[in-house]
Design a protein around this ligand. Sequence first.
Ligand code: NAD
Length: 297
Amino acid sequence: MSTVGFIGLGQMGAPMALNILQKGHKVKVYDISKEAVTRLAAKGAEETSSPAEAALNSDFVITMLPNGQLVSDVVFGDDGILKTLSNNALYIDMSTINPFESDAIRQKVEKAGREMMECPVGRTSADAITGTLLLLAGGKPYQIEKAHDILMCMGNEMIDAGGPGMGIRLKIVNNFMSIALNGLSAEAAVLCESMGLSLDVAIKMMSGTPAIKSHFLTTWQSKVLKGDISPAFMIDLAHKDLGIALDIANKLHVPMSMGAACRELYSEASAFGFGRKDWTSILEHLRKMHQGYGLNK
Ligand code: NAD
């Protein structure tokens, strides 16, 4: 049995702390909401009145807070975790925060001779309740090993993201992709509806194409990720098809800001010489843009 200090008992933190408790560990809880602390205490957690008190004599200290500034305050404040965190305890931030802020917090914790890793989570508060979160561990191998049993109280799948800071980077990339795709999906759905096409039929059909199966798992695997950008489907043809969709959207007054931005990207790739290359070479174009097409050297 371990002792775990848990700070931040909101939508996510409360059920996560409860799952650790129910797996037989001692859990010391803190939140600025007294009510949240009392609710957990009623279920068997030990009530504390500051992050420092929650961290005192704990083997692990976990934060699950809304943003990086709050995490920093809770760690380094007057009554912060660092005041009492022992040098053989492990501090784990599970919040979704800016990776650069997370790096700065970890470096400061390490400078004080203490241990920190991050483990943001995928999925939703429903999974926090059922203990089925996706755990994105960013830490040194011995830290991940040490934290494994405690983390697995809250989730059913853990990914070692590849070192300190990589868990939070993975989380941000995942959220970027799924949040942006949510917007693009809405544009496609309204385009369907505006043309009188059944969305159900479209979803069924697109389930078998990269539209839903994703480029990462389909087209990219056999082409650009293998270094092959010979055309299976050309950038210029993709540009033409995007243009048709945008013409329809224009006529039917369908707002399509993401689609319009994408067409510009394909125009740009074509202008930079990728027009007759495979559409997956959009990756190569963006990589080259990021490197300044060699002009920055
Ligand atoms: P929430 O707002 O429900 O909970 C945050 C908790 O932190 C609250 O109980 C609040 O009182 C407490 N808090 C705020 N400042 C504090 C301080 N200084 N000291 C102690 N406690 C303090 O938020 P949430 O949905 O639980 O999200 C927490 C984190 O989890 C966020 O970083 C969020 O992005 C991430 N996340 C959320 C979900 C989700 O589905 N809700 C999924 C994955 C990740």
